[in-house]
Design a protein around this ligand. Structure first.
Ligand code: PHB
Length: 366
């Protein structure tokens, strides 16, 4: 173990990602909040919410669907229409005005959708016709998941083009970069893991084939954004959304290795299983398969995150729930101030309550 005196790098140390200078390594994780306006367009309360959290070294936006087909929940913002671009411009301007940096997360939910959320009542799509166990939150409440339609090989270029188009829109909207959401049981992850991918074409079978979609998307998105502006998020052992993989260490080591071919801003890894809290993979081994910055996430507090940086197990740490409840999280960490408690009843949907009304420390006695 390296002691702080021999390794001066801490959670508060700035970090340069190419031309981007992050003022600290305390990253705001992507968080679904279901508060976009009509047409899945970001609106004024979303601007306030992100502005309040600009003290993060980097904000990663909530997942934003790259196409109408990519939608899986009510009230999530998109990045495919002109109105959505204009809505996001208000967010990025507000964040930049107070010195923050913000990436947009590119999202396609794949099979985690419902006919009632899709255009013309079409079926959700996935790598294979395998129905997730469980229920989905729709406009009319919880409903059973449906059997998805397996994408044909011919449709794959269209999906990749949707990512490239969304990446261009994110640039127009003034973001500092984008993160490709390849985690948590959504489309790209459905291709990566063998429990959801039973294809027999070049996008299924051996891991080289299962990661083809991610690599082709990454290539396109990097060609839009250039070096050090594209991150990728993975979740090797998260069972959320009924996910299974027979050899997650081997599979995701290979994914990390192949992603090293691209000049990425970072690799962002949700470590362990969000559902059970179990953590069975060797994430240092995974990290060592990747040649760039490693961003750790899931369940870290100040002490464990700082230890991960000091001991060189991560370059940055992303915080989710703590950023929901503490808009000034880096300040509170630095001053050793008490933290507000997140209210899970207001995580998804609603108004300002539980969204923009968590006090910062200059507004209350801390
Ligand atoms: C969620 O809605 O709970 C959610 C969305 C996206 C994720 C993870 C969780 O990547």
């Amino acid at each position: 173990m390296t002691s702080p005196s021999t390794n001066p790098i801490s959670l508060f140390s700035p970090i340069k990602i190419g031309g981007l200078e992050l003022s600290n390594r305390i990253i705001m994780a992507p968080l679904t909040r279901n508060r976009a306006g009509e047409g899945n367009v970001p609106q004024a309360i979303n601007v306030d919410y992100y502005r309040q959290r600009s003290g993060a070294g980097l904000i990663i936006s909530e997942g934003s669907q790259i196409s109408p087909q990519g939608l899986g929940y009510p009230g999530t913002p998109g990045i495919y229409s002109d109105a959505q671009v204009v809505g996001w411009q208000q967010v990025t301007e507000a964040v930049h005005k107070v010195g923050g940096l913000i990436f947009l997360q590119l999202w396609h939910v794949g099979r985690i959708s419902h006919t009632s959320l899709q255009l013309n009542g079409e079926l959700p799509v996935g790598p294979s016709a395998l129905k997730p166990n469980g229920q989905i939150f729709t406009y009319t409440g919880l409903q059973d998941f449906e059997m998805p339609r397996a994408l044909s090989t011919d449709e794959m270029p269209g999906i990749i083009a949707d990512y490239a188009n969304a990446a261009k829109n994110a640039k127009l909207a003034g973001f500092d970069g984008v993160e490709i959401h390849a985690a948590n049981g959504y489309l790209i992850d459905q291709f990566l893991r063998d429990g959801t991918n039973r294809r027999t074409d070049q996008y299924g079978g051996i891991i080289e084939n299962r990661m083809r979609l991610l690599l082709e998307i990454t290539e396109q998105v990097v060609s839009v954004w250039g070096e050090n502006r594209v991150g990728v998020r993975l979740s090797p052992e998260n069972s959320f959304n009924d996910m299974h993989e027979s050899n997650p260490q081997k599979t995701f080591n290979a994914v990390a290795e192949q992603l090293s071919a691209f000049p990425l801003a970072y690799l962002h890894v949700l470590e362990g299983d969000m559902m059970t809290g179990e953590r069975n993979l060797d994430y240092v081994q995974l990290r060592n398969c990747f040649n760039g910055y490693y961003m750790a996430n899931n369940g870290y507090d100040f002490e464990s995150a700082n230890a991960a940086i000091v001991e060189n197990r991560a370059d940055m740490v992303a915080f989710g729930k703590l950023f929901i409840a503490n808009p000034d999280l880096p300040y509170r960490f630095a001053q050793k101030l008490p933290l507000n408690t997140p209210d899970s009843a207001t995580f998804y949907g609603g108004d300002e309550k539980g969204y923009t009304d968590y006090p910062a420390c200059d507004e209350e006695f801390c």
